[in-house]
Design a protein around this ligand. Structure first.
Ligand SMILES: Cc1cc2nc3c(=O)[nH]c(=O)nc-3n(C[C@H](O)[C@H](O)[C@H](O)COP(=O)(O)OP(=O)(O)OC[C@H]3O[C@@H](n4cnc5c(N)ncnc54)[C@H](O)[C@@H]3O)c2cc1C
Length: 496
C-alpha cells in the first residue's frame, strides 16, 4: 500500500482487538500511531463468539491493507495449523436447547425443543470462538511489530484540543505528554473515555429496549451437551453439526445460558437475564436447581483461573452520549452495546475499524464522513436492539423465538452474500443491511409483531406468527429460512 501523503498522528485509547487492528492498519498506511491501554496483555475479556459476518470483514481488511499474517484468524483449520498457541474454539453455527424445569437432557423426533442453524460447512473453513486473552494479546503485539507505539498500564489524564491548530495535546497518567495529535480514536469500550471527557452529546437520542444483565465466567471440565444427549439414548443423528461446536444457547423462560467451548479445555459460560421479565430472575444456583439438564452439564465443572468467581454485570445495554466530536471518533463497542444474543459485537467492532480506517486514510472530508459514520453506528445499534429485544419478548415460546430469530439470520445472510460478491474497492453495505430501507422496514415490522405478541402475554398461535415472519422475510430469503419442513435443523444455511 502506498503511504498517505501528509501522514497524520493518531492516539488510540484502548488496545483491545479493534484498537490494535486499527492501529496496525493506520501505521502501515504511514500514520504515526500510539495505543494507550489502561491494562496489560494477556488479560481476561468477555465477548468471544465470532460470526461469518466478522470473518468477511476481517478478510476484506486483510486483502485491502495487505495483512497476510492475520488470515489464519478467519478460518478454524488455518488458525489451528498456523497459530496453535493462540487458543480458539470451533464454531460451526448456532445451537439452541429450550429447557423445561425439571427436565433431563432430551431431544424429540420433530426437534420441538432444539434449533440448530449452520454457519460453516466444514471444520476447516469454519468460524471460531476467540479466546480473547490470546487473540487480543496477539493483535496488540502485531500492532507494535508494525510500528505502533503501544503503551500499557496508562490512562488519559488530560486531552486538550487546540481549535486553531486542530490538534490535541494529551497527557497520560504516567505524565507522558503526546502533542500535535490529529485524531483521537476511542476504542475503550464500556469506559467511553472521550464522550465522558469532552461531555459532548449527540442529538436525537433513543433508548435501547433490550434490558438484560449477565453472570459469566470461564470454566473447566464442562461436559459436552451432545455427550449427555447420546448418553441418555437421545437421537442426535439429524443434527447438522455437533451442538457443542457452536455458540450453544440453553434457553429458559426469560433467561439463557451461553456455552462457548475452546480447544484449551476452557468453556465460557454466561447466564443472561431479561430484566423486563415479570418474575425475579433465578441466580446461577437457582438455574442449576431448576434445570437438571444444565446441572448435569456442569456437574464436574470448576472455575478456570481467569475467573475464580462468577462476574456479575449491571445492565448490559449502553449508548455513549456521543460517538465523536472535533478531532475524535469512537469505535462501535465504545458507542454502544446491546447484548450477547446473536453474537453481533465482534462483527460490529470490525465494521467500525473498516470504516474509520477508510475515512482517515482517504482523507477526503473526514469530518463530514466521520459524522455520517457515527450516525450510522447509532442506527445500527437501534436495529440490532430490535433484532435482539424481540427474541427476549418471545423467549417463553420456542416456535415464536425461532421464527423471530430468522429476522437476524435473514439480515446476516444477506449481508454476507453481498460482501462475498464485493470487489476490493467497492463500498461495503451497512452491517446487517442497516442502510437498506427495505431490510430496515422488514425488521421494524417484525419487531412490532413481536411487541404485540409479547404484550398479549399469551404467545399463542405460533403457526400464525411463523407465517407472518415468513411473509416478511420472503423478499430477502434466498435459502429457505423459517421452513417448517426442516424441523429446526438448518444444515443448509452455511455461507462458508
Ligand atoms: C457479556 C458480554 C458478552 C459478549 N459476547 C459476545 C459474543 O459472544 N460475540 C461477540 O461478537 N461479541 C460479544 N460481546 C461484545 C464484545 O465483547 C465486543 O464487541 C468486543 O469486546 C469489542 O472489542 P473492542 O476491542 O472494541 O473493545 P474492548 O474489548 O472493550 O476493549 C477495550 C480496551 O480498552 C481498554 N480501556 C478501557 N478503559 C480504558 C481507559 N480509560 N484508558 C485506556 N484504555 C482503556 C481496555 O483495557 C481494553 O483493552 C459481548 C459483550 C459482553 C459485555
Amino acid at each position: 500500500m502506498t503511504p498517505v501523503a501528509n501522514a497524520k498522528s493518531v492516539v488510540i485509547i484502548g488496545g483491545g482487538f479493534s484498537g490494535s487492528l486499527l492501529g496496525a492498519i493506520l501505521v502501515r498506511a504511514g500514520f504515526t500511531v500510539t495505543i494507550v491501554d489502561r491494562g496489560q496483555h494477556p488479560r481476561f475479556t468477555i465477548g468471544e463468539s465470532s460470526t461469518p459476518t466478522a470473518g468477511f470483514i476481517l478478510k476484506a481488511l486483510i486483502r485491502k491493507y495487505n495483512l497476510p499474517e492475520l488470515l489464519p484468524l478467519t478460518q478454524y483449520g488455518l488458525w489451528k495449523e498456523t497459530y496453535p498457541h493462540i487458543s480458539c474454539g470451533l464454531k460451526r453455527g448456532f445451537s439452541y436447547f429450550f429447557h423445561q424445569p425439571g427436565a433431563l437432557p432430551q431431544t424429540t423426533a420433530d426437534h420441538a425443543r432444539e434449533l440448530l442453524v449452520a454457519a460453516s460447512s466444514s471444520n476447516a473453513t469454519s468460524d471460531t470462538h476467540w479466546y480473547r486473552q490470546d487473540v487480543d494479546a496477539f493483535l496488540f503485539d502485531y500492532a507494535a511489530e508494525n510500528g505502533v507505539r503501544c503503551i500499557s498500564n496508562a490512562e488519559i489524564a488530560d486531552a486538550n484540543f487546540d481549535h486553531q491548530r486542530q490538534t490535541w495535546t494529551i497527557r497520560l497518567s504516567s505524565e507522558l505528554i503526546i502533542d500535535e495529535v490529529d485524531w483521537v480514536i476511542d476504542a475503550s469500550g464500556a469506559a467511553e473515555v472521550m464522550s465522558r471527557l469532552t461531555g459532548e452529546t449527540t442529538a436525537d437520542r433513543f433508548e435501547l429496549t433490550t434490558n438484560t444483565s449477565a453472570q459469566f465466567g470461564h470454566f473447566q471440565n464442562v461436559r459436552a451437551y451432545d455427550d449427555l444427549l447420546t448418553g441418555a439414548k437421545m437421537d442426535v443423528s439429524t443434527f447438522p453439526f455437533s451442538s457443542d461446536a457452536a455458540a450453544q444457547h440453553h434457553v429458559f423462560d426469560s433467561q439463557w445460558l451461553w456455552s462457548l467451548r475452546f480447544d484449551n479445555g476452557i468453556t465460557s459460560l454466561g447466564l443472561v437475564s431479561n430484566l423486563n421479565a415479570t418474575s425475579e430472575p433465578a441466580g446461577w444456583q437457582g438455574m442449576l436447581e431448576r434445570y437438571p439438564a444444565v446441572q448435569a452439564m456442569l456437574r464436574e465443572a470448576s472455575p478456570a483461573m481467569a475467573t475464580p468467581q462468577l462476574l456479575q454485570s449491571g445492565r448490559l445495554q449502553r449508548l455513549a452520549s456521543s460517538g465523536g466530536g472535533m478531532g475524535w471518533v469512537a469505535l462501535p463497542h465504545t458507542i454502544g452495546f446491546v447484548d450477547p444474543l446473536h453474537s453481533t459485537g465482534i462483527a460490529h467492532s470490525l465494521s467500525g475499524v473498516e470504516r474509520v480506517a477508510e475515512i482517515l486514510i482517504r482523507d477526503t472530508d473526514p469530518v463530514g464522513q466521520l459524522k455520517q459514520y457515527e450516525d450510522a453506528v447509532f442506527n445500527e445499534l437501534r436495529i440490532i436492539d430490535m433484532l435482539i429485544s424481540g427474541c427476549y419478548k418471545l423467549m417463553a415460546s420456542k416456535r415464536h423465538f425461532e421464527a423471530y430469530s430468522m429476522l437476524y439470520f435473514t439480515a446476516a445472510h444477506n449481508y454476507e452474500t453481498q460482501r462475498m460478491a464485493l470487489e476490493v474497492d467497492q463500498a461495503p453495505p451497512g452491517i446487517f443491511l442497516s442502510d437498506d430501507a427495505q431490510m430496515v422496514d422488514l425488521i421494524e415490522q417484525g419487531f412490532q409483531l413481536a411487541c404485540s405478541e409479547g404484550r398479549s402475554g399469551k404467545l399463542s398461535e405460533p403457526g400464525l406468527f411463523e407465517a407472518r415472519i415468513r411473509d416478511l422475510i420472503n423478499p430477502f430469503d434466498q435459502i429457505g429460512l423459517c421452513n417448517p419442513a426442516v424441523h429446526s435443523m438448518y444444515g443448509y444455511t452455511a455461507i462458508l
